[in-house]
Design a protein around this ligand. Sequence first.
Ligand SMILES: [Zn+2]
Length: 231
Amino acid sequence: MPDTSETLQRVMVIAAHPDDPEFGCAGTMVKWAQAGREITYVLLTSGDKGSHDPDLRPGQLAARRESEQRAAAAELGVKEVIFLRHPDGVLENNLEMRRQLAMIIREHRPHIVVTIDPWRHYQLHPDHRAAGQAALDAVWAAREWYIFPEQLVDGIEPWRVKEVYLFWTDNPDYWEDITCCLEARLAALKRHASQVGADTTKLEERIRQRVKEAGQKPGYEAAEEFKRFQF
Ligand SMILES: [Zn+2]
């Protein structure tokens, strides 16, 4: 069972789009939530370009994807979902993004941050690279007194994240047994109907196969894999 003592209780998932967590790490999130960890999602965009339907305006799609993400999060027992509403498809890891994320980390004080591995070979989606990089840079900035010092007022202090888990990684060194929680992850994934459609049979097969393969090394029926850093 995961360590749910006070020291590792708060978890923050930082990802580019609604549905990234459900595609990447949601089996682990539901397991951790059931074990008593408090999970917060931070989505940098609302996925407003995630459709090829020319009749759908970005604003309408964003609203739909936010409500799908909230429904998926509720399915998993995620406590809070935060949307930063940066434009989809053109995400940048710039100073403003890092400043914003550092402030969110300093305010919410997560012990664990979960994000996308920005160093995955041939990670073609620029938002996925930018989101992982920005999250890691913000984890580093949040703990330093001299980075974004203007934030350190009204009780806000530097915050030191204890562990980082990267999903969609080429270099896993941590496997979570999600045998208990695969069905919940699939149910949550189905909530993203604008992305996965009504018939998810093939997608589910693919995911069942992937988590089975990931489980081979540690000897679990189903696993999600991560690159883990402990500070
Ligand atoms: Zn994505």
